[in-house]
Ligand binder design. Structure first.
Ligand SMILES: Nc1ncnc2c1ncn2[C@@H]1O[C@H](COP(=O)(O)OP(=O)(O)OP(=O)(O)O)[C@@H](O)[C@H]1O
Ligand SMILES: [Mg+2]
Length: 248
């Protein structure tokens, strides 16, 4: 892909004896919303973490925007550069429990991006307003619902203005009645043209939001394409079998 903002090439990640990613290639264009699906344990979370270099692949390369990293010869400088291009939204929110909603969103702006407090606060309030959390700025994580915690996590990721947002099953820890609200917010954010990679099992949401669905199994990308093609006419038997399972 000529105009890709993210280019992953031949990504390998092994934990001990367990080869999880066995040569993953993936290109993502600016503004694309890519959903990543596949059986449990297939390496979806690992792949997201590799894009952010929270996990270090033993082999392969990562390019995001103008930054490039050869994973086998990773320098500190390349790592710092690649990392600042993406932010993760975690399954279990990962908020600081001893910080308020506002402080959680300000944290990275002040410590990583070295913004002064006033500027950080302005950005944080702006992003928290987008996710409808403007009335809870001074609440602590223990005082708000899971949905509100995840919306704070999304605001925190947006506030850093990364080139790509990586969301790892953002609604899987939520009570069913809170899922819809968080999915709606992700849908709204997607409309603003931000590039996103989302691991999700929410088929309806994936169909609705994705420009592309990527199906992973056995350490590789098995199949990818537009959601209607993947969901209605999967080419690979493994994709079909997986979809059967999650639909029933
Ligand atoms: N830090 C780690 N140390 C050792 N093994 C790990 C580590 N992280 C992941 N693994 C292993 O890598 C494999 C892939 O895990 P991963 O969490 O990426 O899968 P997944 O596709 O996200 O699964 P799920 O759908 O259940 O979230 C699993 O076998 C897991 O046990
Ligand atoms: Mg996972």
């Amino acid at each position: 892909m000529e105009d890709a903002i993210v280019k992953l090439r031949n990504i390998h990640k092994t934990f001990g004896e367990n080869a999880v990613l066995k040569g993953v290639d993936l290109d993502i264009r600016k503004g694309e919303v890519v959903t990543l699906m596949g059986p449990s344990g297939t390496g979806k979370t690992t792949l997201l973490r590799c894009i952010n270099l929270l996990e270090r692949p033993e082999q392969g390369s990562i390019q995001i925007g103008g930054d490039f990293a050869d994973c086998a010869r990773l320098t500190k400088k390349a790592m710092v550069q690649i990392r600042k291009n993406s932010t993760m939204v975690f399954q279990n929110y990962n908020l600081f429990k001893n910080k308020t909603v506002l402080e959680n969103v300000m944290e990275g702006l002040v410590t990583v991006q070295k913004k002064n407090k006033d500027e950080a606060k302005k950005i944080a309030v702006e992003e928290l307003t987008k996710v409808n959390m403007q009335d809870k700025l001074d609440a602590y994580p223990s005082e708000i619902s899971g949905g509100q915690q995840q919306r704070t996590g999304i605001a925190r990721a947006l506030a850093l203005r990364p080139q790509v947002i990586l969301l790892d099953e953002p609604t899987s820890a939520l009570d069913p009645e809170l899922v819809g609200g968080v999915l709606d917010i992700i849908k709204e954010i997607a409309r603003t043209g931000i590039t996103m990679v989302i691991v999700t099992h929410e088929m309806k949401f994936a169909r609705n939001i994705s420009s592309r669905v990527v199906f992973m199994d056995g350490g590789f990308i098995v199949e990818q394409g537009e959601p209607n093609q993947i969901f209605d006419h999967p080419k690979e038997e493994r994709t079909g079998r997986f979809l059967e399972k999650i639909m029933h």
